[in-house]
Design a protein around this ligand. Sequence first.
Ligand code: ZN
Ligand code: ZN
Length: 367
Amino acid sequence: MIFNKTNLYLINSYFYSYFALLIRLSLDLFDLDKIEIICKSSIYFIFSSLHSTFYSFFITNFIIVIFELTILGANAAIPAHGRFPTSQVLCIHHRYYLIDCGEGAQIQLFRHKIKINKIHAIFISHLHGDHFFGLMGLLNTMNLRGRAEPLYLHAPKGLQEIIILQLKYSCSILNYPIHFIETNQEESVFLFEDEKVTVHTIPLLHRIPCCGFLFREKAKDKNLIKEKIPTDLSIAGRIALKKGEDVEYNNQILKNEDYTYPPNKKRSYAFCSDTVYLPSLIEIIQDVDLLYHEATFTNVHEKRAAQTFHSTGEQAARIAKQANVGQLILGHFSTRYYDLSPLLEEAQAVFPNSALAIEGQTFPINE
Ligand SMILES: [Zn+2]
Ligand SMILES: [Zn+2]
């Protein structure tokens, strides 16, 4: 934005509107219905002109608790038919987690307006090039864009060496720290956590060591029974109730169980990258809301799938059905398929709630 006189006046207006709105909202801080009405009428207009931090803060704390997956690439081996190699972004509470980073991932991030320096952690399933050849360019761009925050990079043994070698011979210095964490491809183990999510590995069977990742939302606060809450109960009192505590109010005790109901469900996402058909997955990913499973081939090429340690659409669907997942996303499509509908059809015959991983498509999981 150019800071001429007109724009400065506009910015001032936006800020006044913003603070007026905050005051209004503070009166109804926990009344989500009212907040939603206010939002529908004005918030998108105002916040689109503000710094993304305000937008993110507001959305995160008051409106929608986001848990959604965006596909950046889902082709196998090489870019083809307008499809990029594997890469996707999971957004949880406005924090971004990049999963695999095939060639062109940063182009896709820009195209889909995902700010690269909001990526908090990266997870690489294995060291076949179609899953990490986009990483070096992305790390460099993060540096050029002024990143200072640490980056958590979870990957198989060897990736740290590859990156350090490339930095060395290109005389590049990154001005932000990278924390390398080696993954375990042998068993499902705890890998990462922050205040919102935990991540465990999912052992897969492929031509080289490979694992998937299981993201689980952490426990949430309880919900208030709005009709029962005294209108003059303080914000601190409301927060204490949400945390499960009893609260003193006008010389009486508000019993927590009388004023709250259980938290919203914890959402989950399982990413199963390159693998041969592997029924041992089922127990690990049981009941997840969303499953991405590779489906490199159709059943016509089942033999080829087994030889190359990949799966078919039908096999992915069998895993989804037996694991009782909410929705299945198929990806890692062989370049031999221009039309992906046969792949989808064979999966839907077994597990109807199947979809194709199409670049730019977002799969939200609602609370
Ligand atoms: Zn691959
Ligand atoms: Zn592979």
